[in-house]
Structures are given as C-alpha cells and as structure tokens.
Design a protein around this ligand. Structure first.
Ligand code: ADP
Ligand code: ZN
Length: 208
C-alpha cells in the first residue's frame, strides 16, 4: 500500500513469534516514511526495556528512536496531531484500549503500523493482537527459524520456569520453534522441577 490519495488512513499489522523480524520490518517501514518526509511518531511499552528505553532495537541490532508508554491513553496523550505515520512495537503489552484508539486514528487519516506477538508462550492468541488483526487493513504474518530443526517457526518457546503470561526477555529465555518442536508444557514442567528441588533441599536442610 504505497499510493496516498488524499489522507486515507489505514492500519498495518506485522505479527509472528519472537525472532521473526517484526521489529526489523516495523523499523524498515518507518524509515521509509521518514525518507518520504512524513511526520512519524513511534511508541513502545515501557515494560519492554530489554535493550533501550528510547529506541526500538531488533535482535539484529537495527534501531529507531521511540517514545516509551504504559498504556494506549498515554500514547494518545503524547500524540502530535500533525503526525502522519504512527508506529507501535510490542502492541500485545498495551491492553485492549489500543484497538479503538488505532481505529480512531486511521479514521482521522493516519497510517498506523503495529508490530506484536500473535501468540503467547502456550500458543494461545495474545490479546489484543487478534482484535488488531481484525481491524487492520493489511496484515503481515512473519515466521522465524526453528532453533531445533531449522524449519519455519510460528511459535515462541519459553525456556525458563514461569507460568506468568508476561515475562520480558530475549535470547536464553525464549526461542523460536516450529509446530512440531514446540513444547507448550515446558515452562510448567520447569516450575514443577524447581519445586521438587526446593522441597528436596528443605528436607536435606532439616535433616542436618
Ligand atoms: P522480532 O521483533 O520478531 O522479535 P527482530 O526484528 O527483533 O524480531 O529480529 C529478527 C532478527 O533476529 C533476524 O534478522 C535474525 O538476525 C535474528 N534471529 C535470531 N534468531 C533467529 C531465529 N530463530 N529465526 C530468525 N531470525 C533470528
Ligand atoms: Zn522444529
């Protein structure tokens, strides 16, 4: 979608697992908008402090400056009305209110480009990404490479012991896996293993 007749707004969503190149693709599209001398604003959740608070940084270390926000309301408060193109990374952390906001902005004639995880560490739809995909004008679903077998990977495999929906992390904590290699129960098994180990330690400490 390159042609701009009048100020027709639209919503683009780039989704996929971790390491699938969502941030890279978001940065590429936003760079091109900047080259076209459009007014661009870029947001990412404060939660995601992995590499930088004021930049979106891809796993390949491409980066673009961004504003950190906690919620959709904060994003709206920071928006300059003259902004023509709005980028949002890690949209799955911004809550349901992002959905009506981006629809309103598109209706005002803005171009919104959103990147986010479509599924969580158990392979379940990661809200509000399904809702964003539904209201989008254009969708890109990216795949990573399975770290076990090299096939195209649609899943984000959690490698550490935690059953919380949100555990921010990168290499070492998560890897990309294909459908066949994906082990959704791994995180829960790791939690159980840790508990068994803790109990065993407590028993042996008590025996001393
Ligand atoms: P995302 O935003 O989807 O997590 P990024 O754009 O941050 O992805 O990173 C994509 C880059 O990560 C790739 O260009 C590649 O250099 C690197 N990478 C590391 N592991 C993988 C993997 N398993 N599959 C694909 N790319 C990977
Ligand atoms: Zn695999």
């Amino acid at each position: 979608m390159n042609a701009m007749r009048g100020n027709l707004g639209w919503i683009e969503v780039v989704c996929g697992p971790m390491f699938s190149g969502k941030s890279e693709e978001l940065i590429r599209r936003l760079r091109r908008a900047e080259i076209a001398r459009q007014r661009v604003q870029i947001f990412k959740p404060i939660l995601d402090h992995r590499y930088s608070a004021d930049h979106i940084v891809s796993h390949d270390d491409t980066r673009i400056r961004s504003e950190a926000v906690n919620t959709a309301a904060e994003m709206e408060a920071k928006l300059d009305l003259r902004t023509e193109v709005i980028g949002v990374d890690e949209a799955q952390f911004l809550g349901e209110a992002i959905v009506p906001l981006v629809v309103r902005l598109a209706d005002m004639g803005k171009r919104i480009i959103i990147a986010g995880l479509d599924t969580d560490y158990l392979g379940r739809p990661f809200h509000p990404m399904p809702e964003l995909l539904a209201v989008a004008d254009e969708i890109t679903k990216a795949l990573a490479i399975c770290m076990q077998c090299g096939n195209p990977a649609k899943h984000t495999q959690r490698l550490i012991a935690s059953e919380d929906l949100i555990v921010v992390g990168a290499a070492g904590m998560y890897e990309a896996r294909c459908r066949r290699c994906f082990e959704p129960n791994l995180a829960a098994e790791e939690v159980q293993k840790n508990e068994v180990q803790k109990k065993a330690e407590a028993v042996s400490a008590g025996a001393k």
